[in-house]
Design a protein around this ligand. Sequence first.
Ligand SMILES: [Zn+2]
Length: 254
Amino acid sequence: MAGMRLTVIGCSGSFPGPDSPASCYLLEAEGFRLVMDMGNGALGAIQRHAELFGIDAICVSHLHVDHCVDLSSYWVARQYAPGGPRPTIPVYGPRGTAERVARLGGDDVAAIRARFEVHDLKSQTLEIGPFRITADRMNHPVETFGFRVEHAGWKLAYSADTGETDALVRLAQGADLLLSEASFQSNQNNPPNLHLTGRQAGEYAARAGVGQLVLTHLVPWYDRERSLAEAAESYHGPLSAATSGLVLGPGAAR
Ligand SMILES: [Zn+2]
């Protein structure tokens, strides 16, 4: 049986860039499709990799626009599909996810819940389809969850958005791949408790002993080569930067 396949749909930090939507990742295993985050522009790009109604579950790390806004568009697609509304799918997110999606489109919360079975996340481990997901709170101005996703012995960690936190080391401990945000660059007078620099992402990858580090949530106004160079100072394993359409994981070759 082929293992997990991770497709980067969107990896642009804070807002979409010329070559990528904002945050969105497609995880596939055993015919199940789980989407992590659905930022600006993600719903368009995801259709290059999955059938529009082929998504089985969605996890949202937090309710900043660049991580959740296309949930509203996806609700529209499922609600008004030709032939009638599509079946309800589970959506996992911070408290207030259904209300946030309703406000985005000016819709009733009850209508949102008719298409999206919304579950409030807490720091917990849960099974979603074939995936074992551990969620933990990150260090960001709104309630934000990072995820550890395990399938058939392969382990992925996703930082979501975060400032410095030991929770990221716990989530990423021994992971095969860490998908870490690197929104900031050093020497930029960065505010605390918001995002990581490339150097900090590298430090967390080294502390957690991950097998591979992929930088993501890279903001269009910064040079990604410099972010990679920062990370390489502290992390000496395989290192790259995410791009829209990049496919990773043991199922990548299939
Ligand atoms: Zn954020």
